[in-house]
Design a protein around this ligand. Structure first.
Ligand code: FAD
Length: 342
């Protein structure tokens, strides 16, 4: 078994380190920031695919991750729970055509705890009478995992500590610095948007997202998401101890400052969808940059033979994490058995 340094302490780095350690490798994690310093901390963290190009690999990773998140939802200390709710489908939704054709063949539909399509009439009956329906086609009721990242990330770190993995704080300008300070047989780059400079990846860009955390008095138990509303992405997601209101997708912004006007608009949009939201108290505003690139980079580096990249998960890093980490373990295993690394 090998010595491995995982660079990055967000959800991608932590889950990758867990799977590598469980496979018997000696693992160290080294990262500039953990917890609130990462994009992962900001995530609404529902299992879904968003700001990611879906191909056969992404679908496979998402199914593996879904399975594991469902398992973790049975363990209280993880901060992962199952939430049932409604996803609205509009003419502009990526799955609009499949929805209209009545196609329900996606691999995940067979493992989510429940899935049921709703006609426009059925959906209308579940929305406020004056909710704007333009472009609305219908929806579906689904049950999926969601994580409260303020509980889930500490849980993943604790799990690593129990496995004997060291969590180091350090910032790297290049991979030679990683090699000097944390020498290993393998290096796994899980630095998210940090790879724009660390790996010199000019295809990476941040897609800004902003959310509002509000108090949860227990009266809202189901979620509702109207992500493709012409008025702006709208969702209300109860987690264990809070409700997350969203959201936004800004492609032209490279900072993660809170936009007050946007925050007010999120609150108004959510109150239009679920009027009780107007009574909730705001706990916190959060914003972050989703690490997006045209396709997730999960591959051996073409020039450095013992470096594997695992970054660029867009708006789906939580939803793909356990699938991508399983793939990294498989890649290391195959390379050690002398199989091709390219
Ligand atoms: C508002 C919002 C809502 C979201 N909702 C969801 C959702 O519902 N579901 C979902 O699946 N995803 C969601 N996402 C996306 C998700 O947050 C990301 O895909 C995920 O967090 C990426 O994780 P990561 O570990 O790859 O990157 P990060 O969390 O950014 O971690 C990167 C790590 O690398 C370290 N690092 C970077 N550069 C260096 C360097 N040079 N040297 C040392 N360390 C370095 C950082 O310090 C950090 O530890 C959302 C994102 C946002 C902003």
């Amino acid at each position: 078994m090998s010595k491995v340094t995982v660079i990055g302490g967000g959800v991608t780095g932590l889950t990758t380190a867990i799977r590598l350690r469980e496979a018997g490798h000696e693992v160290t994690v080294a990262a500039k920031d953990y917890l609130a310093g990462t994009t992962s901390w900001v995530a609404t963290a529902i299992w879904h695919l968003f700001w990611v190009e879906v191909d056969e690999r992404v679908e496979r990773w998402s199914v593996t991750a879904l399975d594991e998140l469902i398992r973790l939802s049975r363990i209280e200390e993880t901060g992962v729970t199952l939430v049932r709710g409604i996803e609205c489908v509009r003419e502009t939704s990526p799955d609009a055509e499949d929805f209209v054709q009545g196609r329900t063949g996606a691999a995940w539909q067979h493992i989510v705890p429940s899935y049921e399509a709703l006609t426009l009439e059925e959906l209308k009956g579940r929305l406020p009478w004056d909710y704007p329906l333009e472009t609305m086609l219908g929806g579906y009721i689904i049950e999926v995992p969601i994580a409260d990242m303020s509980v889930y990330l500490p849980y993943l770190m604790k799990r690593l500590e129990h496995l004997g993995v060291r969590l180091e704080s350090d910032t790297f300008e290049n991979f030679s610095e990683v090699e000097e300070r944390f020498p290993a047989d393998w290096y796994i780059n899980c630095t998210g948007l940090g790879s724009a400079t660390l790996a010199g990846d000019s295809t990476l860009r941040g897609i800004k997202g902003q959310i509002v955390r509000v108090t949860h008095d227990g009266s809202i138990t189901e979620y509702i998401a109207d992500d493709f509303s012409p008025r702006g992405m709208t969702y209300i997601l109860p987690r264990g101890q809070d409700i997350v209101l969203g959201g936004s997708e800004d492609t032209d912004c490279d900072d993660s400052n809170i936009d007050d006007q946007l925050a007010a608009s999120i609150l108004a949009r959510c109150a239009a969808l679920v009027p009780d939201i107007a009574n909730a108290t705001v706990l916190e505003h959060l914003a972050g940059l989703r690490p997006y690139r045209p396709s997730i980079r999960l591959e051996f580096d073409p020039d450095v033979s013992n470096l594997i990249h695992n970054y660029g998960h867009g708006g789906s890093g939580v939803s793909l994490s356990w699938g991508c980490s399983a793939e990294v373990v498989e890649m290391v295993g195959k390379a050690e058995n002398g199989q091709s690394t390219h």
